[in-house]
Design a protein around this ligand. Structure first.
Ligand SMILES: Cc1ncc(COP(=O)(O)O)c(C=O)c1O
Length: 383
């Protein structure tokens, strides 16, 4: 068999596997915080496939793109001149890096997190021998601010606030957290992996939501993901840190590559996602992202109305493009919807299902989905 035929056979085999996947383009993935990347991301990604940002002296051009991307995201988050950024694989890596930094700076081992925090903090606890101090949520599913001061003590390495929670898209009262952490001189990390590309634009669109970024003097670092609402290709997120001079705390000497020091978790890192994210950010610009958020919020409001018309209730009025629908038997409804070809998340601890109105979810998709949701709910006895 010739070389070309062998390749074709392997590619055909891969395609058969791929055909088993759900796709964003079908619109049937309603429960993911990722989306089909903008078309320009795909082209840019392919052109940078062999680049390695772990050895930037070999790829100085790709490194320049990374620097520009960090500047873009720093501007979005109102980062001061002292700030710096690390590009990583997404929210988990950024959260790991932030807590690693806070732990090394403080030499302490407890972090205070809201109960709504992403499960990456469980990994962090196990990985770094950190004790998690969970704080209850109030009736709006945000951190109970009155409990924070009581929980801060001589072991506290950091407080975490969430700006766009994974389950419901809620935003913790970051201005109050900032004040407390400033007074107590505690590192405040904001997990805006999802909300970072939403909140700044919601504000411009006139939504009344709390501040969350570096304009608040107590904020020490922020996680933000390009592969979520940044409309780019997996895997890429950024951690922006207020003070560049802390970086030594998470750097090691690298005797055998072209740079003498390396900062952050990973060594070898593809420039592909960086080029892709830069292409999308250049193409859309701040105005393009604002339009995207506006479109997602329109679809969210449309979906809320359809859900109410069906006679179902939401857990709470959505803050952003994430909805929780109350159900008695959420797992059964999710199972039924999967049989009907729709992927939606079960949040059984909240007795709810989650829909994320990402850019690939249009009003037409929602119109197609609603009869399926109704059917599933009727069969399970929710309606
Ligand atoms: C708020 C938040 N933080 C962190 C993460 C983890 O991000 P990743 O899956 O990119 O590691 C998520 C994922 O949904 C998230 O919603």
């Amino acid at each position: 068999m010739n070389e070309k035929n062998r390749q074709n056979i392997i590619l055909k085999e891969l395609q058969n596997f791929r055909d088993k996947d759900f796709t964003f383009s079908s619109g049937h993935i309603l429960g993911s915080m990722c989306t089909q990347p903008h078309p320009i991301a795909k082209k840019a990604y392919m052109n940078f496939l062999e680049t390695n940002l772990g050895d930037p002296e070999l790829f100085p051009g790709t490194k320049e793109i990374e620097t520009k991307l960090i500047s873009f995201i720093s501007r979005l988050l109102n980062a001061p001149k002292t700030a710096t950024g690390l590009i990583g694989s997404g929210g988990t890596e950024s959260n790991i890096t932030a807590i690693w930094l806070a732990k090394n700076l403080s030499k302490k081992r407890e972090i205070i997190i809201p109960k709504s925090a992403h499960f990456s903090f469980q990994k962090i606890a196990s990985m770094m021998d950190i004790k998690l101090i969970p704080v209850s949520l109030n009736q709006d599913y945000i951190i109970n601010i009155s409990n924070i001061r009581k929980k801060i003590n001589h072991n506290t390495a950091a407080v975490v606030g969430v700006a766009g929670s994974t389950e419901l898209g809620t935003i913790d009262p970051i201005p109050e957290l900032s004040e407390i952490c400033k007074d107590e001189d505690v590192f405040l990390h904001i997990d805006a992996a999802f909300g970072g590309f939403v909140i700044p634009f919601l504000k411009e669109l006139g939504y009344k939501i709390p501040d969350f970024d570096f304009n608040l003097k107590g904020v020490s670092s922020i996680s933000i993901d390009f592969h979520k609402m940044g409309y780019s290709a997996i895997p890429i997120g950024a951690l922006i840190i207020r003070n560049e001079r802390c970086l030594d705390e998470i750097s090691v000497k690298t005797p055998y590559i072209s740079r003498k020091k390396q900062t952050g978790v990973l060594a070898t890192r593809s420039g592909g996602p960086v080029a892709a994210a830069y292409a999308v950010s250049e193409y859309l610009g701040m105005e393009g992202y604002k339009d995207l958020v506006k479109r997602c919020m329109n679809t969210t409001e449309y979906t809320v109305k359809k859900i109410n018309d069906l006679g179902l209730d939401l857990i709470l009025k959505p803050t952003m493009n994430v909805l929780g629908i109350k159900l008695k038997n959420s797992s059964k409804v999710v199972k039924k919807l999967t049989e009907l070809g729709w992927k939606i998340n079960d949040m059984d601890r909240l007795s709810a299902i989650r829909i994320v109105l990402m850019p690939h979810v249009t009003k037409k998709i929602i119109d197609d989905f609603m009869p399926n949701l109704e059917k599933a709910c009727k069969e399970i006895g929710e309606l």
